[in-house]
Each structure stands twice: as C-alpha cells, then as structure tokens.
Design a protein around this ligand. Structure first.
Ligand code: HEM
Length: 517
C-alpha cells in the first residue's frame, strides 16, 4: 500500500508506531548492548537521560548522587553514556593531565598521597569538557571556562598574570576599600537591632570587588544596598541553564525552544550584552596599565586579534566564577558558625586575640590564622560552591579511572557534594568539625584527597588564592566588628536549598551587634 493512500489518522498512527519502536530499541540497546551495560545504576538512568535530567532541573541532582553512590557503589551509571565517580582517585584521573599511555591512575593505581597532588601525572593532555553541559547553546561565546584545549591554554597563560602574588598585592587596597564599605553598611543596617540578610551582603561585596577587577568599575551593589540588574541576570541564567543543558541532548528541540522564546527575553538579553559592552569599553578607555584581572588580556588583544566579544565573554566569566562562589562559601561558613557555637567561640577568640586593631588585618596577617582556615575548609566540604559534577569526555582509546576501564566518548564526572558527604571518605560527614583539618586524630582516616573544591589539573580554579584571601579578610573583619546571632526563620537556611548549577541560597537573616571592647 502506498503511503499517499493513507489517511492523516493512519499516518499519525504509523508515526507513533515508528517512534515507539525507535524509543524501545534505544532503551533495549542502552540496557543490554551499550558498552557501559556492566556499570550499575537505576534502570531509568541506564535506559534514558531523563532520570538525570529531571533531577538536574528539579535542583536535587547533587543530593541524589549521594544516595546513588550509597546504593550502587563508587561508580554509578547516571545516564546511558555517563558515569559518576565517588572514588577520590577519580579526581586525578578525570581532571589531571593524562600520561602518555592515555591512562590515569590505572587499575589499582593511585594512593592517598599521590592523588592529593594538585596536578595529575605530567605529560599528556587533559580530558575535554563536555560541550552539552558547558555550551548547550551554539551562540554562547567562547571564554576561558568553555574554550577548547588550545585556546584555553593561551587564555589561561595570559589571564594568570592578574592572579599572581604581585598583582594581588597591588589589588589589596581596592579589595580592602570594598570591605570597609561593607562594614560601614552593616553597622548602619543593623543599628537599633534590625536583622540583615548576610547572604545578600556577601553577594554585594564579592560582586563589587570582581566587577572592579574584571570591568574596572563596581556594580554599585554596596552603595545602593541592592543587586545590580547584571547580577540578578546571573542567577536567572543559572536556573535556566539546567533546562538548556537538558535540551542540548535534543538538538531539534532546542532550536524549537529558542525560536519560541518570547521577544521580551531576547530584548532583555540584548540589553544585558549592551550594558556589558559599555562597561568593557569604559575599562579599555581607562588604559592597559591597571593591576586587575583583564590587564593581561587587553595587552595581548591586538597581537591575537581578540574581538570585543571575546574580551567581553572573558570579563563576564570572571564575574560569574569569581563572585557568587566566594559569597556562597561566606554565607555557608557564617551559617555553620552560627549553628555551632563552640566553633564560633574559638574562631572569634582567635581573631580578636591576634589583632590589636582592625588596621592590622590584611592579606598576610589573615593567612596566619589556622582555625580560620580550618573553618573555611570545613565549610567548603559541607557546602561546596560548585556542588555538581562538571563533566568531561573520555578521549579516543578509553581511559582508566579509579581502577575501571572506561570506553571512549563516555561522559565522566565527580559530584562534589556527594563526594564530601560520603562516610566512606569523611567521619561524621554531616557534622561541622573544623578540627578535622587541624590534625585531630579522631579524623585520621578521613580521605583528605577526596576534597578538591577548586578542582585540580590544568583547568582548575585560577582564582583560588584570590578566593581564600577574600574569604579570610571578609570573615575576619565581620567577626572582628560584630557579634552575630541567627534569626529564628534562618535556622533551617541550609536544608531548604536547591541547586540549579549554583546554590539557590535564600535569605540568611542575622542580628549583628557591634563587638564590645
Ligand atoms: C570559593 C570560591 C571558588 C570556588 C569554590 C571555585 C571553584 C572553581 C572550580 C571548581 C573551577 C573549575 C571549573 C571547571 O572545571 O569548569 C573554577 C574555575 C575557574 N575559577 Fe574559580 N572558584 C572560586 C573562586 C574564584 C575566584 C574568586 C575567581 C576570580 C575571578 C575564580 C576564577 C576562576 C577561573 C578564571 C576559572 C577557569 C580556569 C580555567 O579554566 O583555566 N574563581 N573555579
């Protein structure tokens, strides 16, 4: 019977039959014939990507990962072509440079001491980032985070200059200036016993600092006691990102959704781009010699033919990577201290016992406080600012990851929140114990090498030192100046949160009274 002789209803029914056959054969292939078929995982996740995507869009993926590892072990098949690892050796095998043989730690390879190095085996190239996660939409401009290997190496070498010790010393007055303003604002806002939302104030501070370091001007958040439109957009994009990362698996669907986006949102996006471009132009006019994070790029711009769009994309990614992460951690550590009075007492005593005046608190003096560092690291473990797995792709020839052979093209990731809350690696993983980072024998069996909040290898965090400096300075100056008490409604601040690429933090309401001296 010719197709043309069929009615519309018959054609539709035929279409459904073909679709059902296609989907069923796909599912059967994924379950019984796929090269990853021997890896354990829930059948829905092994059969289709929806098990993963629905959790990602619901904001529960990092938490669900812990339950999955507890049920299925250190390697779980979380999508037909994706494996999640909670073995600490996986960090180095996935994120590190790969050895010439193409393998990582190899079967039984790696050990606590060797895999705790900050770089992987030297020699080969790192695994590539998974494009459907990093660049779900084609017209996303390239920046240091989503660039391919060669462009990344070039960008990283150039941008590293802005993060050198010398540059950071030169940036000190600028950073301290914003913290002075934060402290002044907190005094005003908490006067008369009013509570303040510290999560927002930490955001304002780190966005203003990075805005200045990446665009030559702050966002004025501290001045205006409010989020700038640019900053608000980041949080919206992060949430929408989970949807686009899901749609990226269905190229036809993503085109359709993009075509259906109301023009209002397209105009908003255009406005955002213009605002960013105007900021960049003002930074360029300010001249190349300025000790900030884009000075290196501006100096090379002509030589490399870097377009304004590319410069803009890299300034923007510095803001996204360098502000919300640090502010999130500051909110987290403040919450843990407020709900663990012993730790708060010890840290406050360390800070107030070390300095005679606030002027003594600077980049080098805060780096000598051991309990402060332990408090920050314990908060990074319990509330990692990058909680989700950032996926890589296994290259040609396959790879050994934490003693497992993994075929080429497999997507692989380590999910930080799940790794750090696994009691195979950390004793009392849900309890805030800064002492575990200070050599307390009770935690001697902790797998410290499982802890990589800034990742490791050639694509690890470029801003790690800047982040630690900011976190140390801001927390020290807040606790030097104020006694804090958490407001009743924020007692369950952490347990209410969801993760849409970033933590959706909500208000952290705190009463702040000037410290009595
Ligand atoms: C607590 C704060 C921070 C945490 C936990 C953190 C974490 C990370 C992580 C996990 C990555 C790897 C991303 C990936 O693999 O795709 C990364 C990359 C990066 N971070 Fe941070 N970050 C923090 C603060 C900062 C700050 C203050 C800056 C300064 C602007 C910064 C700049 C960068 C840059 C430029 C990269 C890309 C590096 C590259 O691809 O070569 N980060 N960060």
């Amino acid at each position: 019977m010719a197709l043309s002789s069929l009615s519309a209803g018959q054609l539709l029914a035929l279409g459904f039959v073909f679709l059902a056959l296609y989907v069923t054969s796909h599912i059967l292939y994924n379950l019984f014939l796929h090269p990853l078929r021997r890896y354990p995982g829930p059948w829905l996740m092994r059969a289709t990507r929806w098990g993963y995507s629905l959790r990602h869009m619901a904001g529960t993926l990092p938490f669900d990962m812990l339950a999955l590892h507890q049920r299925y072990g250190p390697v779980v098949r979380v999508a037909p072509d994706e494996l999640a690892f909670s073995d600490p050796r996986a960090w180095r095998d996935i994120m590190g440079h790969r050895s010439a043989s193409g393998s990582g730690s190899g079967v039984g390879g790696g050990s606590r001491s060797s895999s705790s190095s900050s770089e992987g085996p030297v020699g080969g190239e790192e695994m590539l980032k998974y494009n459907r996660f990093y660049k779900p939409v084609d017209d996303v401009p390239t920046d240091i985070v989503n660039a391919g290997r060669e462009e990344h190496a070039l960008l990283r070498r150039t941008m590293a200059h802005g993060f050198s010790d010398r540059s950071m010393r030169e940036q000190q007055p600028l950073i301290q200036g914003y913290i002075d303003l934060l402290i002044r604002r907190l005094r005003e806002k908490s006067e008369g016993g009013s509570k303040v939302d510290l999560a927002a104030w930490y955001d304002y501070t780190t966005f203003d600092v990075i805005g200045d370091l990446a665009f030559g001007e702050s966002f004025g958040c501290l001045d205006n006691s409010d989020y700038h439109a640019w900053v608000k957009a980041i949080f919206e994009v992060a949430r929408a990102g989970t949807v686009f990362q899901t749609l990226a698996h269905y190229p036809a669907l993503i085109k359709l959704v993009l075509a259906l986006i109301p023009s209002k949102f397209k105009e908003e996006r255009e406005k955002h781009m213009q605002m960013t471009m105007a900021k960049l132009k003002r930074r360029i006019e300010a001249g190349k010699e300025r000790p900030d994070l884009v000075e290196g790029l501006l100096k090379k711009a002509d030589e490399w033919g870097l377009t304004l769009e590319k410069l803009q994309a890299n300034s923007a990614i510095l803001i996204i990577g360098g502000s919300e992460t640090t502010a999130t951690l500051l909110s987290g550590v403040t919450y843990f201290l407020l709900t663990n009075p012993e730790a708060m007492k010890k840290l406050t005593a360390e800070i107030r016992g070390t300095f005679k005046s606030e002027e003594e608190i600077d980049f080098s003096s805060v780096s000598t406080l051991p309990y402060l560092l332990a408090c920050l690291d314990e908060a990074l473990r319990m509330y990692p600012p990058v909680p989700t797995g950032l996926p890589r792709v296994v290259p040609k020839g396959g790879a050994n990851i934490a003693g497992n052979y993994v075929p080429e093209k497999t997507v692989v990731a380590v999910h930080q929140w799940a790794m750090y809350h696994n009691d195979d690696h950390f004793k009392d993983p849900f309890v805030y114990h800064p002492e575990r980072w200070l050599g307390d024998p009770a935690f001697a069996d902790d797998r410290k090498d499982a802890f990589q909040p800034f990742h490791l290898g050639p694509r690890n965090c470029l801003g790690k030192n800047l982040a630690y400096i900011e976190m140390r300075l801001i927390l020290t100056r807040v606790l030097w100046n104020f006694d804090l008490r958490i407001a009743e409604e924020s007692l369950d601040w952490m347990s209410k949160q969801r993760i849409y690429n970033l933590w959706e933090k909500g208000k952290l309401n705190v009463y702040m009274t000037p410290a009595a001296r």
